[in-house]
Design a protein around this ligand. Sequence first.
Ligand code: PLP
Length: 327
Amino acid sequence: MDATSSNSRVVAAYRERTPASERLSREARESFPSGITHDSRRLLPYGIYVDHAKGPRKWDADGNEYVDFYGGHGALLLGHGRAEVVEAVARQMERGTHFGAGHELEVRWGALVREMVPSAETVRFTSSGTEANLMALRLARAFTGRAKILRFHGHFHGWSDHVAFGVGDHFDGTATPGVLAEIAQNTVLLPADDVDAVAGLLEADGDIAAVILEPTGASSGQIPLDGDFLAGLREVTRAHGVMLIFDEVVTGFRVSPGGAQAHYGVTPDLTSLAKILAGGLPGGAVAGRADVLELLDFDAAAEKAGQSHFRICRGVTGDSRCSKRRF
Ligand SMILES: Cc1ncc(COP(=O)(O)O)c(C=O)c1O
């Protein structure tokens, strides 16, 4: 930041109150590009380093208190350190966190998602919102047998190759460095809020597998969309056999208990969830039409391929039912 700018007094006061953050930011530069661990934390002259947080407030390494509008990037619907959450996490740490096996709580969790989110006929958990969207896009392509994805300028869906460009830059749809041109060519970018443009595109191009969007608008709804647009999208995608994917990583459980889709009464084919889904811990999910998620079902896939005991037989030796099967 320019020290002669009109902000210089503000910057000087900031530096004076945050010497521990300044020291940590200098150290961080030795380990991390730009000294940060997430793009959104790039602040000049440096960002704060938080020591602890409680409810809606957090305190930095120098003891300054802040009202936390970040809310864990939207994940902490219940605020920081809510007693019930702390207690539940501590209890589970004692009991174990990664069993390499099923667990009763995952069954309850999946059932709750199905109960709350209108589109959620079945659910597949992932580790993040990025992965949920990746899975949703792959499912859409596999289900429709089509290659292309339609996205909207500025809408954020994580950092996989399919959605990396056209969010903060590369609005012309060209690939950001490291992303294959072929991937970019299979992604069409349009301005949001123009159903006619979407309808025209779907009419002209029969190779669109899915339309994905943040249902309340780009940047978590900071560039808002309304319910009419969502209803219009639902109509045109259905008419063309195109999967409609709501990225409800931020809006899920927040706009209403059933997300933006429950609030607006528009049910997509697939929904991506994360953040609030896992209460601020890593976690995500694709939820949606059972016939689409069925592509992940061993029995359904095996039935299609004429290998009905695929699941039973995997890893099983000496089972007579398995020996005759092809794998
Ligand atoms: C709308 C939206 N989709 C997807 C993501 C990616 O989620 P994650 O950070 O869990 O990979 C985010 C993250 O901020 C998001 O806001």
